[in-house]
Design a protein around this ligand. Structure first.
Ligand SMILES: Cc1ncc(C[n+]2csc(CCOP(=O)(O)OP(=O)(O)O)c2C)c(N)n1
Length: 516
């Protein structure tokens, strides 16, 4: 067996059976090996950012790593922004990066670059396999590292000659360590804060935003009067009718500060302490009020659901969670705006949907409009690096073929990784993409004001996406995805209903009224 064969065999033995790939010459033996292992599904992505984002979506939905196969340093660099988002999502993900043959590196061939440095910027674990005899064991270690709680990017660098040389054997799967139990001391500190009668907020992140942790958090809130909040951009948030509702900390630091005003105790469960997305002249870097005590009940890599359940049993024995009541908006009539589009989505969102939200300014009304829709998962832009939504939808759809996926995309963000649509078509994924076409980098227009940068017309032109208007229906059909354009709320409702009822990919360009 050669090294590439051992890598792929080991992946399959470890349960890593999906590989989002954009290979090159140095990965040809890996490509050949992928074709020989029956359990492996290779998914071609036409840009590395699609491959890495898809692996992120897959990992968020399954808790298991997918592999992203990338070509040397430049391929890894193209995939880096979505690996950054995956790192922020704490997604288990295995990046496999091919390199030149060991003896070829000293010739400084054109594609030679510092792969290790690039990998180190987003990975919790990096290893370069030196000999084919190590390929299997290194791969097993990489999978274990990716699964190390709460989940991380693990990068395995495989030189071409290691891949093609014989003398390899599959590595034995290694069991990943389970999340750490929470120390009694943290539990007692949280209990003291909650029982003290001072205003407290329980900030939920990671696995705290899925059930049964949400039920436990809701019981704690009901019994103690603590408020629940979620991190601003959760990797995966289970929500909808019957699930305890949790508002997210607002993106804008002023709004976040008013949500947290008066808080004396911030108790973290799977979340980090909130920080302002950016610094602005004269504005604070944190939304927390002065004198707010921050304590961690459970770090992201801890057994967060276990900690919340144990805490609920201490402070909320016999208290039931408070579920979200069902309720949907009426389908609106009239102009198509971000607000009326949100109402249409709230009215039609199917049960079990996976929503990939990269609608940016157009997402403002979505949480409210969908709060009482049937239960669904909400995946967000964890690391703020745009171009994530369509790739994440790709991976989520492959991970959960029986669930409808709704990719809610701002037009500017969609253009970073629009190639994902081609993979939606090729794999016939049940993804409905809605493009919120406001023909602008709208959020940056707002940020321009907020930063106080003196801006004239030339500056504003850099944030304008018209001249020419992007024809998303042409882009989609050109890549094999049936598409339509809606200009009124009623048209949007009809088109969304049809797209959701038919299997396979669809795209709807929601041509928003000029206001937004
Ligand atoms: C990888 C990356 N590049 C650039 C940015 C800076 N950026 C933030 S928002 C934005 C434009 C967003 O426009 P769009 O996606 O159309 O959403 P809108 O603001 O119009 O709702 C840009 C370029 C970023 N966040 N990430």
């Amino acid at each position: 067996m050669n090294g590439a064969g051992a890598v792929v065999r080991t992946l399959a033995d470890c349960g890593v059976t999906t590989c989002f790939a954009n290979p090159g010459t140095s990965e040809m033996h890996l490509v050949a090996a992928l074709g020989t292992v029956q359990q492996m599904r290779g998914v071609l992505c036409l840009f590395e950012g699609v491959a890495t984002g898809a692996a992120d979506g897959y990992g968020r939905m399954t808790g298991q790593p997918a592999a992203a196969l990338l070509h040397l340093g430049p391929g890894l660099a193209n995939g880096l922004a979505n690996l950054h988002n995956a790192r922020r999502a704490r997604t288990p993900l295995l990046a496999i990066v091919g390199d030149h043959a060991t003896y070829h590196k000293r010739y400084d061939a054109p594609l030679e670059s510092d792969i290790d440095a690039l990998a180190g910027s987003v990975s919790g674990w990096v290893r370069r396999t030196a000999r084919s005899a190590d390929a299997g064991a290194d791969t097993a270690d990489a999978v274990t590292a990716a699964l190390s709680p709460p989940g991380q990017v693990a990068t395995l660098i495989l030189p071409a000659d290691v891949g093609w040389s014989d003398g390899a054997e599959p590595g034995a799967p290694v069991r990943a360590r389970p999340p750490a139990p929470v120390a009694d001391e943290s539990m007692r500190a949280a209990e003291t804060a909650l029982r003290g009668g001072e205003p407290a907020v329980l900030l939920l992140g990671g696995t705290a935003l899925t059930r049964p942790a949400l039920d436990a958090a809701s019981r704690i809130a009901a019994a103690t009067g603590a408020r629940l909040l979620a991190e601003t951009f959760p990797a995966r948030h289970e929500r909808g009718a019957g699930v305890p509702p949790v508002d997210r900390v607002a993106y804008l630091v002023e709004f976040a500060a008013s949500q947290l005003a008066g808080t004396r105790h911030l108790i973290l469960a799977g979340a980090s302490a909130p920080a302002s997305f950016f610094a602005y002249p004269g504005k604070p870097s944190t939304p927390l009020p002065d004198g707010c005590d921050v304590q961690a009940l459970a770090a992201p890599g801890d057994d967060v659901p276990g900690a919340l359940t144990a805490l609920a049993d201490r402070v909320a024995a016999g208290v039931a969670p408070v579920p979200q009541q069902p309720g949907r908006p009426d389908v609106p009539d009239g102009e198509l705006t971000a607000q009326s589009a949100a109402a249409v989505i709230g009215a039609l969102l199917p049960e079990g949907a996976i929503v990939c939200d990269e609608a940016n300014t157009s997402s403002l009304w979505l949480p409210g409009a969908t709060a009482g829709a049937p239960p669904h998962d909400w995946l967000s832009l964890t690391g703020g690096a745009i171009g994530q939504g369509l790739p994440v939808a790709t991976g989520a759809a492959i991970a959960c073929p029986d669930r409808p996926v709704l990719a809610l995309e701002a037009d500017g963000s969609a253009m970073y990784t629009a190639q994902a649509l081609w993979t939606h078509a090729r794999e016939q994924l049940d993804v409905t993409t809605v493009i919120f076409s406001n023909r602008a980098y709208a959020i940056l227009t707002m940020e321009l004001e907020r930063t106080g940068a003196p801006a004239g017309p030339a500056a504003r032109d850099l944030l304008d996406l018209s001249r020419p208007d992007i024809d998303f229906t042409a882009l989609a059909t050109g890549m094999g995805v049936p598409a339509s354009r809606a200009s009124t709320a009623a048209e949007f409702a009809v088109q969304l209903k049809t797209a959701l009822a038919e299997p396979g990919p669809h795209l709807i360009e929601a041509a928003l009224s000029p206001a937004w």
